[in-house]
Design a protein around this ligand. Structure first.
Ligand SMILES: [Zn+2]
Length: 419
C-alpha cells in the first residue's frame, strides 16, 4: 500500500461463529480505540437494526460489554426498528479519554440473517452473508462521533474509520469462507473450520459463507479470490481481473493486498466492502463499479449519508471510463437536484440514483474533458493519495482541482460544490 494509514487508528479484532442453521451468527468484537479529540464515550452503529433489514428477518442484539473504563451501556433509537435495542450502541466511559490515550472494549453480540434479499444480511439454501454485521465504530478523526440515523434506503449511510482489522470466522465444516482480507482455513476438526484474515486498514468488513468453488490469481500486487458456482467461478475471475487492471490505469495501484468476490444468487446488484464484494447479480458494469469503490470508499472514505457523491458519483464515473460513458450525458446533467445533497434529502430512490450516480458521473466526465483528461486524471490521483485511509470532504475535492478552474466550474454548476 502506497500511503500508510494513521498509526493511532483503531485496532479491531472480530470473531464470528456461524451456527449450523446458517442464519445465526454469534460474535465478539474487541476494539482498541485511541481518539484524537477528547471524548467520554464510544459510539457504535447497529446497521442490522435498520427497519427494512429487520422486516426481512435480520437484526443484531448486543450482549455483554466489558472494559476497564466502561461505566455504562446505552442505546439510542437512531431510526432503528422499534422491536430492537436501537440503532446506536453508546458505551459510556468512567471519565474523559484524551487525545492519544487508549481504551479497550469488548462487545458480545448476536446477529440474525434474514431470508436472502438485496441487503447486507441474508441467507439462502447455499449461502450466508453479512456486511456491517458487527457494531461499527462510528468515529471520524478530527470530527468525533457520527449519530446519523439508519435510513430506510438501500444506500450506505455509515461513516467509519479505517482500522487495523483481524477477522476470525468459525463455520460448519465443509463450507467455504470469503471475506475482507482474503480467508485462510487455519484450523479444522470434523465439525468446525476456523478461517482468518488480517487487513491493515479496513473501515468495515463483510463475510460470505457457502458452497463456493474458488478461483484465484495474483494480479500485480493483488490476490484475487472469487467464489461462485463451478460454472461461474472461472468467467467471473476473468471479469474481475479485466476490470481491476483497467481501473488501475486511471486510479493507481489497487489499495488492498486482496480482493474477494462472493457470487450470491441474483438479488439485484453488488454491495461493496473494503477488499470484498457481495455480488448479487449484474455483469461487467456492476463488477467494475464495485471494484472502483475500493478506491472511493474503501481507501478514501467519506460520510456516506452526508456526501454520498464522494463515493457513488466517483465510482460510477470510474466505471464509465472502463465500460463506456453514460448514454445521454446532456440529459443526466439536466437533472434538477444538486449532486452534493445528503442522501436523506432526496425525495425518492430514483431521484437519488439519477442525481448522484447519473448527473454526478456525467459531471465528472465533463470536468475531465473540459480540463483535459491527463490533467484531470493526475489531479484525481493526487486526491486519492492525499486522502488515502482518511474520511474525505467535498473541500478535499475542491483542493485537488484548484489548478483546474474549468473542472471546478462544472462541479459548482452541478451543485457538488458550493457556487
Ligand atoms: Zn456504488
Amino acid at each position: 500500500m502506497a500511503v500508510q494509514p494513521a498509526a493511532d487508528r483503531p485496532v479491531i479484532d472480530l470473531r464470528f461463529e456461524l451456527d449450523e442453521d446458517g442464519r445465526t451468527v454469534t460474535g465478539t468484537e474487541k476494539v482498541r480505540f485511541t481518539p484524537d479529540l477528547t471524548t467520554d464515550e464510544l459510539v457504535f452503529r447497529l446497521t442490522a437494526n435498520q427497519p427494512l433489514s429487520v422486516a426481512a428477518g435480520s437484526g443484531i442484539e448486543i450482549g455483554d460489554v466489558t472494559g476497564d473504563d466502561v461505566a455504562a451501556v446505552d442505546f439510542e433509537p437512531a431510526g432503528a426498528a422499534e422491536a430492537t435495542q436501537g440503532g446506536l450502541l453508546v458505551v459510556r466511559l468512567e471519565g474523559d479519554l484524551r487525545p492519544g490515550q487508549s481504551t479497550e472494549v469488548g462487545i458480545e453480540f448476536q446477529l440474525r440473517l434474514g431470508l436472502g434479499t438485496f441487503d447486507r444480511f441474508g441467507h439462502d439454501a447455499q449461502t450466508s452473508w453479512w456486511g456491517s454485521g458487527h457494531p461499527l465504530l462510528a468515529w471520524e478523526p478530527g470530527h468525533g462521533w457520527h449519530r446519523e440515523p439508519l435510513l430506510e434506503t438501500l444506500g450506505e449511510t455509515a461513516t467509519s474509520p479505517a482500522a487495523q482489522t483481524t477477522l476470525s470466522v468459525l463455520v460448519p465444516a465443509g463450507r467455504t469462507v470469503l471475506m475482507t482480507g482474503g480467508a485462510t482455513a487455519v484450523e479444522a476438526d470434523d465439525r468446525l473450520t476456523l478461517w482468518r484474515s488480517t487487513t491493515p486498514a479496513a473501515r468495515d468488513v463483510s463475510v460470505a459463507v457457502g458452497d463456493f468453488t474458488l478461483a484465484e490469481e495474483i494480479v500485480g500486487q493483488t490476490r484475487l479470490i472469487v467464489g461462485a458456482s463451478p460454472q461461474q467461478a472461472g468467467p467471473l475471475l476473468d471479469q474481475v481481473r479485466v476490470a481491476l487492471v483497467a481501473l488501475e490505469e486511471y486510479l493507481g495501484p489497487f489499495p488492498f493486498d486482496t480482493l474477494s468476490v462472493a457470487r450470491l444468487d441474483d438479488y439485484g446488484g453488488g454491495i461493496e466492502y473494503p477488499a470484498m464484494i457481495l455480488l448479487a447479480g449484474g455483469g461487467d458494469v456492476v463488477i467494475t463499479h464495485e471494484i472502483a469503490h475500493m478506491w472511493f470508499y474503501g481507501m478514501v472514505g467519506d460520510n456516506q449519508a452526508g456526501d454520498p457523491w464522494l463515493d457513488e458519483a466517483f465510482a460510477t464515473y470510474a466505471e464509465g471510463l472502463v465500460t463506456g460513458p453514460p448514454e445521454d450525458p446532456a440529459q443526466a446533467l439536466a437533472e434538477p437536484l444538486d449532486v452534493g445533497l445528503p442522501i436523506g434529502e432526496f425525495p425518492s430512490t430514483e431521484a437519488y440514483l439519477d442525481t448522484v450516480y447519473g448527473k454526478g458521473s456525467a459531471m465528472l466526465d465533463l470536468a475531465r474533458s473540459e480540463s483535459g483528461p491527463e490533467l484531470f486524471d493526475a489531479a484525481l490521483r493526487c486526491y486519492l493519495n492525499a486522502n488515502a485511509w482518511r474520511i474525505a470532504k467535498p473541500t478535499d475535492v475542491e483542493a485537488a482541482l484548484r489548478e483546474l478552474p474549468a473542472a471546478l466550474a462544472v462541479l459548482r454548476e452541478a451543485g457538488a460544490l458550493p457556487g
